[in-house]
Design a protein around this ligand. Structure first.
Ligand code: FES
Length: 125
């Protein structure tokens, strides 16, 4: 059986194949959401979307075992287009083998919302 480790929460959990990272985190009291995003009843953008891949607030950083996750979904590719390759939406990926993730990785604006687009410098004559 695959093992899913939440590094910053200090939990290593044996899960079934195709287990959803978000569900495993919530069932095992791993803090997945930051701030108001933990509340599902708040209207967007404050709350979360209950795992439907719409809000983009359930990001995890994959430390080990990226190859043991299902491929990125269309919703992940949309929400994570400006973020590092090792960031995934917990609600959209399923575990196929041993995986280690960080849930509390978004410590700066760029990690959380992506890098702002650079404007082209005006041409000088
Ligand atoms: S819970 Fe909303 S995108 Fe994962």
């Amino acid at each position: 059986m695959p093992k899913l480790e939440f590094l910053d929460a200090g939990k290593k959990i044996e899960v079934g194949k195709y287990a959803n990272i978000r569900k495993v985190a919530l069932l095992n009291d791993v803090e997945l959401y930051k701030g108001l995003h933990k509340y599902a009843f708040l209207p967007p953008p404050a709350g979360n979307c209950l795992g439907n891949g719409i809000c983009g607030t359930c990001t995890v950083k994959v430390v080990e075992g990226m190859e043991n996750l299902t491929p990125k979904t269309v919703r992940e590719r949309f929400h994570l287009k400006n973020r590092p390759e090792d960031v995934r939406l917990a609600c959209q990926c399923q575990v196929l083998g041993d995986v280690c993730v960080l849930t509390n990785h978004a410590l700066n604006y760029d990690d959380l919302y992506g890098k702002p687009q650079q404007k082209a410098a005006p041409a000088t004559a």
